[in-house]
Design a protein around this ligand. Structure first.
Ligand code: HEC
Ligand code: HEC
Ligand code: HEC
Ligand code: HEC
Ligand code: HEC
Ligand code: HEC
Ligand code: HEC
Ligand code: HEC
Length: 514
């Protein structure tokens, strides 16, 4: 079928191959395709199979919820994202069942309504009754303790719900600077270019990962069992700490630590505290939360550097106490010299990766200053700030779309590969530092960047020679998808003042430069 379509392009009116853009009176792509395939353009709830998704519409406004913070007028959430991933701010109870109930009654109904939830709750310490340091007397922590008693005013529990009974864990969980679990929802995600610039449907997952870990406690103790033994295993952290840009989970399992865990872990008693006596190899929580189970995972001496995207020398004198703490941690099982040399190797591996990155950026900035990107930022759709910025220079945070090819290559290099060199080295994934994830894939990207730069320069030389003044094609700026980017929606007054920011202690970013 694809062949027929491509052939069709050559024969049909121009508009068939050009996507529809706002205010275009000419027939849209849908109209033309509809006439060829004999499928009417109609509602998207007909349940029919449409070639090219002929009639797909976008989420109706009454099914979206306003984003948070300063950009709520341009950015929106799907209901699930807001309701369940930031329950404190967004959850609304809309149940049909009426009444005020006690836990016995909740359990009775829910044994039929949601049987597994009841089984899990019954397996938890909450159902057995007990006492925490903060509680006056022993009690059963029933459904009502977390969700409330009135079925039409139910709550979805965020970390605030757990606070009265587990104040220490909640305090540590909500402590931490940029990059921490405490900040994961508020600043970086809601107001970061690769989310805020895009339609909410596409980037719902951002808020799901960042929301669970920031706004709730069951990211690591899944409901309704809430087990510390589960949170001590790497799989818990691996739900989020995985994938191209933060592959800690994969790297861990490519190390000796991970391999030994795979071989022996099923025979260990995971209810025990995380000490060298109890565990033969460390897990994520062992290294990052430690023997005292501190719930601020940044507490364990991580040097913040935007996920590895900025260069920082962790071996610098000012970080001596942090480095010593790591060496002490390794010393439960290794010699301090062995550990220190491993960490020093990480520092130098990171340094080399940044020489390659600088070589790439030098090429990009040179092209940009000479106006040789195809297209230049001015010929792209407006970015999330409403302006036109190069995505690697101040004001233009990294973007995966709405950039030229060479900029996209560079974003991948810094977000995927430079960070991988660091993460792989920090987690002793021998192969990944070099072959699989780090240095050699970076080589490929540097070659691709040079290859693209070379072509852009050669074409421009030719054009000058012949006297052609190239104007960027309109498809960089407009298209059915491209027209949905939030930069097009920016209006005067969209950025709320600081007082209107709902983030309390976590202030919103300053107004970005245009
Ligand atoms: C009479 C039966 C009954 C009783 C008693 C009952 N529930 Fe429910 N519950 C339901 C049904 C049915 C639903 C499905 C949603 C609805 O009501 O529209 C539900 C839904 C829920 C939800 C899901 C809400 C959402 O938005 O996803 C929660 C949470 C919940 N109940 C908690 C409780 C708690 C806590 C109690 C006790 C205080 C309780 N239920 C007592 C029948 C019951
Ligand atoms: C210790 C606190 C706690 C207790 C006790 C508790 N829940 Fe929950 N429950 C949670 C959390 C946390 C969530 C997830 C919140 C979110 O999605 O924002 C949740 C979500 C739910 C949901 C909706 C999500 C889903 O997976 O469908 C239902 C239904 C529910 N609980 C029912 C119950 C019932 C019934 C009981 C008692 C048997 C109970 N809960 C006891 C903390 C608790
Ligand atoms: C009304 C008080 C209360 C609330 C609210 C509460 N808990 Fe608990 N929690 C307890 C008690 C009591 C225990 C059992 C302590 C014991 O016996 O050692 C417990 C135990 C735990 C444990 C350890 C379980 C184990 O197997 O060792 C975890 C984890 C936990 N709670 C998480 C949570 C989370 C997460 C929330 C909020 C979603 C929450 N709790 C809400 C009182 C509460
Ligand atoms: C990043 C993952 C993670 C998150 C998020 C998390 N926990 Fe934990 N939690 C753990 C780990 C790991 C342990 C076991 C620590 C240890 O070995 O001492 C634990 C242990 C606990 C315990 C048992 C403490 C004890 O001394 O037995 C409680 C209670 C608890 N967490 C409550 C919470 C509450 C409340 C929240 C939300 C405010 C929360 N946790 C969020 C990972 C997490
Ligand atoms: C539900 C998703 C989720 C889970 C589960 C989770 N994390 Fe995280 N974690 C995040 C996010 C998102 C961030 C980054 C926040 C940011 O940069 O704004 C983060 C940040 C961190 C940081 C700080 C990184 C820095 O730059 O300073 C550490 C360390 C960390 N997590 C360790 C863990 C460990 C250990 C576990 C398991 C015990 C775990 N996390 C479980 C999502 C998660
Ligand atoms: C699978 C879970 C997951 C998803 C989905 C996810 N993130 Fe993250 N994100 C993380 C983790 C984990 C970290 C922390 C990584 C680290 O520090 O190594 C993080 C870190 C970040 C950072 C921190 C960089 C800094 O400067 O501190 C930003 C910004 C970010 N994510 C934005 C996003 C956006 C935007 C999306 C959606 C397009 C997204 N994330 C989707 C898990 C996720
Ligand atoms: C042997 C101890 C050890 C284990 C096990 C371990 N880490 Fe790390 N992790 C480190 C060290 C060392 C660093 C680098 C810290 C520094 O100096 O900044 C680090 C860095 C990190 C960072 C910080 C990245 C940033 O942006 O600054 C995250 C997130 C992280 N680890 C998550 C995990 C996860 C998830 C697991 C399990 C899959 C894990 N770690 C297992 C030692 C460990
Ligand atoms: C709880 C014990 C434990 C802790 C803590 C621990 N390791 Fe290990 N580590 C092991 C074991 C066991 C092995 C496998 C030994 C072997 O390879 O013969 C291992 C293997 C290694 C290896 C690969 C083996 C080799 O000779 O190259 C490296 C590298 C390593 N660890 C570095 C570290 C560093 C760095 C830290 C601290 C950030 C650390 N480990 C923390 C137990 C631990």
């Amino acid at each position: 079928m694809m062949l027929a379509i491509i052939a069709g392009c050559a024969l049909l009116p121009m508009n068939f191959c050009k996507s529809a853009s706002a205010g275009d009176a000419a027939p849209t792509f849908q109209d033309v395709a509809s006439s060829i395939y004999g499928q009417a353009v109609g509602d998207d709830d007909s349940g029919e199979n449409f070639v090219f998704g002929l009639t797909a519409r976008h989420t109706p406004v009454d099914r979206t919820m306003p984003g948070e913070g300063k950009f709520k007028n341009i950015f929106y959430f799907l209901p699930v994202t807001a309701l369940y991933y930031d329950p404190e701010h967004y959850y609304v109870s809309t149940q049909k069942v009426e009444g005020v109930f006690k836990t016995d009654e909740c359990v009775l109904c829910h044994s039929i309504q949601t049987p597994r939830i009841v089984v899990d709750w019954k397996a938890s310490k909450h159902s057995k009754g007990g006492k925490t340091k903060a509680m006056k007397a022993e009690q059963v922590v029933g459904c009502d303790a977390c969700h409330g008693t009135n079925h039409q005013e139910l709550k979805m529990p965020g970390h605030q719900t757990c606070a009265p009974c587990h104040p220490q864990e909640q305090k540590d969980h909500t402590t931490g600077t940029l990059g921490s679990h405490a900040h994961a929802w508020h600043i970086e995600v809601n107001e970061f270019a690769w989310q805020i610039g895009k339609p909410g449907e596409e980037v719902a997952s951002c808020a799901q990962c960042h929301g669970i870990v920031s706004n709730r406690c069951d990211g690591c103790h899944t409901r309704h069992q809430f087990k510390p033994s589960e949170a001590r295993k790497p799989e818990t952290c691996g739900v989020c700490h995985m994938g191209v840009d933060h592959a800690e989970y994969e790297f861990y399992y490519n190390s000796y630590h991970g391999k030994i865990l795979m071989m022996e872990g099923s025979t260990w008693d995971w209810d025990k505290k995380m000490t060298p006596k109890n565990y033969r190899v460390p897990t994520c929580a062992y290294c990052h939360m430690g023997e005292d189970g501190n719930h601020n995972t940044q507490n364990m001496s991580t040097v913040y550097n935007h996920m590895g995207m900025f260069q920082v020398n962790r071996g610098a004198p000012r970080y001596k106490s942090k480095r010593d703490a790591w060496i002490k941690k390794c010393q439960g099982c290794h010699s301090p010299r062995f550990a220190a040399e491993q960490l020093y190797a990480m520092d130098e591996q990171i340094n080399i990766s940044f020489t390659k990155w600088r070589e790439a950026v030098g090429i990009l900035v040179g092209l940009y200053l000479e106006g040789l990107f195809d297209p230049m930022p001015a010929d792209l759709a407006p970015d999330w700030t409403g302006g036109h910025t190069m995505n690697l220079l101040p004001g233009g945070a990294p973007r995966f779309y709405n950039v030229s090819n060479i900029e996209r290559l560079a974003v991948e290099m810094i977000v995927y590969q430079v960070t991988a060199v660091y993460k792989a080295a920090a987690h002793m994934a021998i192969d990944d530092v070099t072959y699989n994830a780090g240095a050699f894939p970076m080589d490929r990207q540097l070659i691709q960047i040079k290859d693209e730069a070379s072509k852009l320069r050669r074409i421009s030389t030719l054009e000058k020679e012949v006297g052609i003044e190239h104007k960027a094609f309109d498809f960089w700026k407009h298209g059915e998808y491209t027209d949905l980017l939030t930069g097009y929606k920016r209006k005067e007054g969209d950025v709320l003042s600081k007082d209107e920011c709902r983030h309390g202690d976590h202030p919103c970013f300053d107004e970005p430069e245009h």
